[in-house]
Design a protein. Structure first.
Length: 659
C-alpha cells in the first residue's frame, strides 16, 4: 500500500507549509471579507449596517416587549438606534463566565437569542451575526442597556472591547437598548456617509410593517441636503393598508377598494399581511418582507401570493361564465399593481446573509392558502367590484398576447430575408423580440469566447469580429459592400443601412461595442462608431448604441478586489479604499484574459456594469459639427488629421506623451 504522505516534492522550497494556513479568530473574518456578511462595501452595504441594528429593535417590538424605537443621525456619521425593549442581557454568560452576555453578543459570531423560539417566536436575525458584524465594521460602537432601574454601558472599536461593562447610573423609568456606532472609514472609505433620506425611508418602512410600533426619526439639520424632515414620528395603525393608501393617493384604480388583510398561519407558524391596489396608470410597485426584513428579490412568499391571485381571478371568471379567464397568468393580474406583502415565519430560510430572497418552501403554500380564501370573498362579495377587476385583468391579458404576437411577427419579418444564414460567428439570444435584448460586438474570438460564457443567454447575443474593421469614412461603397465584418453586422442587426435604415426592424434593443480597455481597443471602438454614424445614423440618434467599459486593472488588498477603468481610477483606489495596504495589481491585456465571471461582473451584468450611451445632438447645427469632425478625423484626407494633431498636441502633458 502506498503511503499517502510519501513521494513527490517535500514542499521545502515552494513556500507552502503549515505556517501558510491562517486561522481567523473573533470578528477578524468579517473585516477581511465584509462582502460575505453585508454584500460588499458600497453605499447599500453601509446602510445594511443600520438595517441590522434596527431589525434587532423591531424583533423586540414584534415579540411584544417594545413599542417605541428611536433612530438618530448625528454629525460625524454617528447613528444611534434605541428601543424600550427588555435590554440585552448583561449577566455573565454560562459558557464564558468572565464575559457578560452583552460582550459575547457584540464580539462573537453566531451568538444571540434567536436560534430557538424561547426568546423570539419570529425574528429577522437568524444567524447571530448581525450586531457583531456592525461592531466589527465600526470604528466606534457604544452600547447602553437600561434594565432593573440601572443603566450599563460598554464601548468597542473594530470588534474589540475598549472598556469593561460598567454601571453609569440609575434610571427608574427607562429600559431597553441603545446602539451608537460609526462605520469604519477603513472599510467603507473616508467619503462614505449615511444618507438621511435613505435612513428616513428605512425607519418609515419598518413602522408600517408592524402596526404596534412607533418609530421616531431625528437628524441633525446640517446633514440634510434635500426635503427629508429633521424630525418625524411614524406609526401606522392600519399597517400595510395605511401605507398603500398613502402611496396610491387620489389616483383612479380598477377597484375603489384595496385588497388587504391579515391572517395567522395554522399551528402558530406565523402570519401574513398583504395590501394590493390596481391603479389604472402605473408601472407597478412591489414590496416583499419577511420578519420585517425587505426581500427585494421576492421568493416563496411572493410565489404564494401570485398563485392565490391567479387561481382566485380564474375561478371568479368561471363563476361569471367568462371562458377566456382560464388563460390569465400571474403577469396579467399583477401587471401595474402596487402591492405589499409581509410574512412572519419561524426559522425562515434566505438565499444569502443579506436576505434578498426568501427560500422557505413552506411559505408558498402558507401564503397561498391564507390569501386565496380572502381573495375569493373580495371578488364575490361585491360582484361589481369583482367584474371590474376581471375586466382590468382581461385587458392586461389581451395586451400581453398582442405583444407576444407582435414580437413573433417582427422576428419572422426580420429574419425571413436571410433565413438561409445569419452570421456564422453570431451567438444569438433566445428572447423572441427585441425588447430587453442586447448585441455585444466583441473584438476577437478569444474575447468572444469569454463573452459567450459570461452572457445572459436569454437576452444577450455575441458577435465576434476580426480586429480593426474597415474605416467606412474613407472607403468606397464597393469596399464597404464587400467587407465580411460589415456584412455580418448588417445581417445580425437586420435593420438596413443609410436611407434604408429602419430602427423599428432592429433585432436588438441595444448594440454594445465591447473592446479592450487600451489604445487598440479605443481605435476599434472608434471605427465601429464611425460605421454606425455613417451607415446607421438613425440607430445612433435613437440611443441604441452603447460603449462597454471593461476595466484595465484589478486591484486586490486584504482579500478585497476592486477594478479600475484607467490609471487615474487605479491611483484613486490605491490612495483611497486601499490606502496604507499592500496592493496587488493585475493589468488586463485584453478581454480574452478575463475569465467569464470577471467579464460578467465588470462589463456585462446590467446590475454591476457601466455603459456609455452614444447619441447624436438634437439640433441640426450640432449634428453638422459632429459630421465635420468625423470627416476630418476619419475621412480620406490625412492632412486634416495631421492638422488636428498639430492643433491639439499642446493639450497633452509630458506624462501622457511618455505613456
Amino acid at each position: 500500500m502506498t503511503d499517502l504522505f510519501s513521494g513527490g516534492s517535500d514542499g521545502s522550497s515552494d513556500g507552502y507549509d503549515a505556517s501558510s494556513i491562517e486561522v481567523l479568530e473573533g470578528l477578524e473574518p468579517v473585516r477581511r471579507r465584509p462582502g460575505m456578511y453585508i454584500g460588499g462595501t458600497d453605499e447599500r452595504a453601509l446602510h445594511h449596517l443600520a438595517a441590522e441594528v434596527l431589525d434587532n429593535s423591531m424583533d423586540e417590538a414584534v415579540a411584544g416587549h417594545a413599542n417605541r424605537i428611536e433612530v438618530t443621525l448625528e454629525p460625524g456619521n454617528k447613528l444611534t438606534i434605541a428601543d424600550n425593549g427588555r435590554g440585552i442581557p448583561i449577566d455573565p454568560h454560562p459558557k464564558f463566565p468572565k464575559k457578560s452576555a452583552l460582550e459575547v453578543i457584540m464580539t462573537t459570531l453566531h451568538s444571540g437569542g434567536k436560534f430557538s423560539n424561547k426568546a423570539y417566536a419570529t425574528s429577522g436575525g437568524l444567524h447571530g451575526v448581525g450586531v457583531s458584524v456592525v461592531n466589527a465594521l465600526s470604528s466606534d460602537t457604544v452600547i447602553e442597556v437600561a434594565k432593573n432601574k440601572e443603566v450599563f454601558s460598554q464601548s468597542f472599536s473594530r470588534g474589540e472591547p475598549t472598556s469593561k461593562l460598567k454601571k453609569i447610573g440609575d434610571t427608574p423609568n427607562r429600559r431597553g437598548t441603545s446602539v451608537s456606532f460609526v462605520p469604519d472609514p477603513e472599510i467603507f472609505g473616508e467619503k462614505a456617509m449615511f444618507k438621511p433620506a435613505r435612513l428616513h425611508a428605512l425607519a418609515r418602512s419598518k413602522a408600517y410593517l408592524f402596526a404596534g410600533v412607533e418609530i421616531r426619526w431625528k437628524c441633525a439639520p446640517e446633514l440634510i441636503k434635500d426635503d427629508t424632515p429633521a424630525e418625524a414620528v411614524f406609526q401606522f395603525p392600519g399597517g400595510l393598508a395605511d401605507h398603500l393608501k398613502e402611496e396610491v393617493g387620489e389616483r383612479p384604480c380598477a377597484t375603489s377598494d384595496f385588497f388587504s388583510g391579515k391572517q395567522d398561519f395554522p399551528d402558530s407558524q406565523g402570519s401574513v399581511e398583504w395590501a394590493v391596489a390596481w391603479p389604472l396608470y402605473s408601472d407597478g410597485a412591489y414590496s416583499y418582507y419577511c420578519n420585517t426584513i425587505p426581500t427585494r428579490d421576492g421568493g416563496t412568499h411572493e410565489a404564494g401570493l401570485r398563485t392565490a391571485l391567479v387561481k382566485g381571478i380564474r375561478a371568479f371568471g368561471e363563476l361569471v361564465g367568462n371562458k377566456k379567464a382560464n388563460g390569465i397568468t400571474a403577469e396579467d393580474i399583477m401587471a401595474g399593481s402596487e402591492l405589499m406583502l409581509s410574512v412572519f415565519l419561524r426559522d425562515p430560510q434566505f438565499q444569502s446573509q443579506t436576505k434578498d430572497r426568501l427560500t422557505s418552501p413552506e411559505a408558498a403554500k402558507l401564503v397561498e392558502n391564507a390569501v386565496r380564501d380572502h381573495f375569493d370573498h373580495f371578488l364575490s362579495d361585491n360582484m361589481e367590484r369583482g367584474k371590474a377587476l376581471l375586466t382590468y385583468t382581461m385587458e392586461r391579458m389581451d395586451e400581453r398576447l398582442a405583444r407576444k404576437a407582435e414580437k413573433e411577427v417582427k422576428r419572422k419579418t426580420a429574419t425571413s430575408a436571410r433565413k438561409l444564414r445569419l452570421p456564422g460567428k453570431l451567438t444569438d439570444c433566445s428572447e423572441a423580440g427585441p425588447e430587453g435584448t442586447e448585441l455585444f460586438i466583441v473584438e476577437g474570438d478569444s474575447a468572444g469566447g469569454s463573452a459567450k460564457q459570461a452572457r445572459d443567454r436569454k437576452t444577450q447575443a455575441v458577435l465576434p469580429i476580426r480586429g480593426k474593421i474597415l474605416n467606412v469614412a474613407s472607403a468606397t461603397m464597393a469596399k464597404i459592400g464587400a467587407n465580411t465584418e460589415i456584412a455580418d453586422i448588417n445581417l445580425a442587426l437586420g435593420c438596413g443601412t443609410r436611407d434604408q435604415c429602419d430602427p423599428s426592424q432592429l433585432r436588438y434593443e441595444r448594440i454594445v461595442i465591447m473592446t479592450d480597455a487600451d489604445v487598440d481597443g479605443a481605435h476599434i471602438a472608434t471605427l465601429l462608431m464611425t460605421f454606425f454614424f455613417q451607415e446607421m445614423a438613425p440607430l445612433v440618434k435613437d440611443g441604441h448604441l452603447y460603449l462597454a467599459r471593461p476595466p484595465l486593472y484589478r486591484l486586490t488588498a486584504s482579500g478585497q478586489s476592486l477594478y479600475a477603468q484607467d490609471e487615474t481610477e487605479r491611483e484613486d483606489i490605491e490612495n483611497g479604499v486601499f490606502k496604507g495596504k499592500k496592493v496587488e495589481v493585475s493589468r488586463f491585456k485584453g478581454l480574452g484574459e478575463m475569465n467569464p465571471g470577471q467579464l460578467r461582473e465588470t462589463t456585462m451584468n446590467p446590475e454591476t456594469r457601466s455603459l456609455l450611451r452614444v447619441k447624436l445632438p438634437e439640433s441640426y447645427e450640432k449634428q453638422a459639427v459632429v459630421k465635420d469632425l468625423v470627416d476630418r478625423l476619419m475621412g480620406k484626407h490625412p492632412e486634416h488629421r495631421f492638422a488636428f494633431i498639430q492643433e491639439n498636441a499642446a493639450a497633452l502633458d509630458e506624462d501622457a506623451i511618455d505613456a
